[in-house]
Design a protein around this ligand. Structure first.
Ligand code: BGC
Length: 753
């Protein structure tokens, strides 16, 4: 069962949630899990097809627009809809809300990468037929979305199959929820719509960005049928009519191309791609082979809890489906499963999702990093716009590099994103050991990020301070010396200096000239790092979230009614800012990422303190609390938080899964397993593990790649096994001792009591 996710509920609410849960994608193309024939009258559906980074721009309307507020916002566009297939029997159209459903099942198969819906249906006038709808978005031909319907009538009947490509689509909007875009729903228009030979062809263009998107759709029926076509209102349709009492199979190939990836010849490119596609079975076999490899590489196993195993697989599956793999796109906060957060990329990628890719799919990780690197120019421009003479300020949310946040206190003010990006580059280097990466990408990014800190920070009382920023916790905004920001800034400054040392020689000389490194710049970064101010509160014995957090009144969470959560939808931001109340992990996250030099007791007290004032209104919070509980030895608490991450979307606990999945939380579940329970940390000394196993599990295992090695780690009841599947001998730290594993061999180690 853990390879499958099934949900047969058909209430209005669950239908919308299922559209997200059953979304299919490959990082380029995403298709929500809408049903082919649509729902009955009066039902709401968020029907969506998205191409990663395919966007339009809309003006941001401010009541009062101040200097350097972004003028436009990018928005992922709901693109051409090629999902629709209608089936009529003796003139009655199949629908889940007409006639009688004798049985129904809808299942996502994560081992073969297909969504399958089986229905045993009886039409209102009593004709019964079995239908099986299968679909997948290909992992091997990124432009391809395949559909197949098997139709088995019980008696001879007139059957009409209609396949449609609809170019007249709009985005979804909900003015009542700031997390779903409001207004500006119509973002593209049809420029070409026709039937030609065996194909339906539709091309659309966005209004402002003038980006084109094209669909080339072809289909076939397994029995002789009359085919007619129809073009109307931006829709191209084909109808197949036949009389049969036998099982017939309808197969459909939809190929999507866009300006970004296919340039100006997007129609020609689509035609060439579709010509090379194999049969449904051939393409499905390639899909399965791709996924078999993916699962082998992740090597994920939890013995003793099938539903968690399922939840975990579901998360890794969606991570794979959502990650841009072409260097011009990234991972939207909701993946390609919905329009929440408008398809924007946030720090979610670097801190929550990249580790999974770095350690299991390094090629995809490199593409994600290259995408960020490609924004460096825009980040430098943005820094100037905001008033910095030097450095790069990465946008809080964006698609192509422009800042898209209209609310600067919880947007642009989150300067930590620049440090998070630096952190991810450093981690990539540590995991791969690739010095050419430092030369090609890391040195430049870290240099520009360090220049930003130098430009905005200042010395006071002998310490280096960073004022007026917002940390990860969005319920506390525009503060001085946010602990998380300062500790992350210190790390990026230290590593900027190290990067210059690492590349040295001629490469450093060339970079010096290119980046116009000034005399004394490196020394200044080192000094700022050494003297970075990290607020500490003696009374509580903890690091303060910022200079004033601990002076505020504590929010009475216990007596806040359930319906008031998430607080952001029920209280004015200023009310929230005036209290000690956190949306998500902030200081605790700082301790998780960078614990060096922090006393374990301080981390423990911080954990206990901040846990009491955290609402976890952000889905990015639980996994951090899970990992830190594991780190501090509270395995049961770690487990409780872990459960909350593992089923957040499947059980719709945040109540907004309909707008799309919570991708950062999905990455966070893997983190909680590998960095939490197995206690992995990667630093200059190599890999370190501090494993603990929750009582509820018999064992758990995963695989990671590290500097050319392929390592399997298994946490059993009594012992831990490190197995080197490939690569040169590797020494790792297991708690405080060093163990060496050799290729093809395993080493056993014990838990710490
Ligand atoms: C969180 C941010 C996050 C964003 C996108 C917000 O609710 O507070 O930390 O980056 O969602 O997932």
């Amino acid at each position: 069962m853990s390879w499958k996710v099934t949900n047969n509920e058909r209430s209005q609410d669950q239908l919308l949630v299922n559209e997200s849960l059953f979304a299919l994608g490959n990082g380029f193309l995403g298709v929500r899990g809408n049903v082919e024939e649509g729902y009955g009258e009066g039902m709401i559906s968020i029907r969506g097809t998205y191409i990663n980074a395919y966007h339009d721009e809309t003006p941001i309307e401010y009541g009062e627009k101040l200097h350097a507020f972004p003028e436009t916002q990018q928005k992922l566009v709901n693109g051409i809809d090629a999902q629709t297939i209608y089936i009529s029997v003796n003139g009655e159209r199949f629908s889940m809300s007409a006639g009688t459903i004798h049985s129904f099942e809808r299942t996502l198969h994560m081992d073969k990468g297909q969504l399958i819906r089986n229905v045993d249906w009886e039409s209102p006038s009593g004709i019964r037929m079995k239908l099986m709808f299968s679909r997948f978005v290909s992992m091997t031909t990124k432009e391809l979305f395949m559909q197949q319907v098997e139709i088995e009538p019980e008696e001879e009947a007139d059957i009409v199959i209609t396949a449609e490509v609809n170019g007249s689509v709009t985005n979804f909007s909900d003015p009542g929820d700031p997390r779903v875009a409001s207004g500006h729903a119509e973002r593209l228009h049809v420029t070409d719509c026709r039937a030609e030979g065996r194909s339906l062809l539709v091309t659309d263009e966005t209004y402002e960005t003038k980006l084109e998107m094209h669909v080339h759709s072809m289909s076939e029926v397994s029995a002789p049928a009359d085919r007619t076509t129809e073009i109307k209102d931006g829709r191209a349709a084909e109808h197949y009519s036949l009389k049969t009492g036998e099982r017939i199979v309808f197969t459909r190939w939809n190929v999507f191309t866009d300006t970004y990836r296919h340039g100006e010849s997007l129609q020609e490119r689509a035609e060439n791609i579709i010509r090379k596609c194999g049969s449904f079975d051939e393409e499905a076999a390639k899909q399965q082979a791709y996924l078999t490899r993916f699962w082998e590489e992740a090597g994920l196993k939890i013995e003793g809890d099938d539903s968690l195993q399922q939840g975990l697989r579901f998360h890794l599956y969606h991570l794979l489906q959502s990650a841009g793999k072409d260097g011009v796109s990234n991972i939207p906060a909701k993946g390609l499963s919905g329009e929440g957060y408008e398809g924007h990329y946030f720090w979610d990628t670097e801190i929550y999702m990249l580790p999974f890719f770095q350690m299991t799919q390094p090629e995809i990780a490199l593409q994600l990093i290259k995408y960020r690197y490609s924004l460096l120019g825009a980040a430098k421009d943005r820094a100037r716009e905001v008033g910095h003479e030097k450095g790069a300020l990465f946008p809080w949310r964006t698609i192509t590099g422009g800042e898209c946040s209209a609310f600067f206190p919880a947007g642009t003010a989150q300067y930590h994103i620049s440090a998070d990006i630096a952190y991810s580059f450093i981690q990539y280097y540590l995991v791969t050991g690739d010095i050419s990466f430092v030369d090609e990408y890391m040195l430049e990014v870290l240099t520009e990020v360090s220049r930003l800190w130098m430009d905005m920070g200042h010395y006071k009382g002998g310490t280096f301070r960073i004022d007026d920023v917002t940390g990860p916790d969005e319920y506390t905004c525009i503060v001085n010396n946010n602990y998380y920001t300062n500790v992350m800034a210190r790390h990026s400054l230290q590593w900027a200096v190290k990067s210059w040392e690492l590349i040295g020689g001629d490469a450093a000389t060339a970079w010096k000239e290119k980046l116009q490194l000034e005399e004394g710049e490196l020394a200044a970064w080192q000094e700022a790092a050494d003297r970075m101010y990290l607020p500490y509160n003696e009374e509580h014995g903890i690091h303060a979230q910022d200079d004033t957090f601990l002076q505020k009144k504590v929010w009475d969470l216990e007596n806040t009614p359930d319906e008031k959560f998430p607080l952001l939808l029920n209280y004015h931001p200023l009310t929230l800012y005036r209290y000690q109340v956190c949306k998500q992990a902030d200081t605790v996250l700082g301790h998780f990422l960078l614990e060096e030099g922090v006393d374990e007791e301080v981390m423990r007290r911080s954990y206990d303190y901040y846990e009491k004032v955290t609402t976890h209104d952000s889905s990015l919070s639980y996994c951090i609390f899970s990992m830190m509980a594991a780190r501090l030895g509270d395995t049961e608490k770690a487990y409780d938080y872990f459960i909350k991450t593992a089923r957040l979307d499947i059980d719709n606990t945040h109540k907004n899964t309909k707008d799309g999945l919570h991708l950062a939380n999905m990455g966070g579940t893997w983190l909680a397993l590998v960095y939490g329970f197995a206690g992995l940390r990667v630093d200059e000394n190599g890999l370190r593990f501090r494993p603990v196993l929750p009582k509820a599990w018999e064992s758990m295992a995963f695989r990671i790649r590290y500097q050319g090695r392929f390592l399997e780690v298994e946490l059993g009841q009594d012992q831990i096994t490190y197995r080197l599947l490939d690569g040169e001998d590797l020494s790792i730290d297991h708690f405080e001792t060093s163990v060496t594993v050799q290729a093809g061999k395993e080493v056993h180690a014990s838990y710490q009591t």
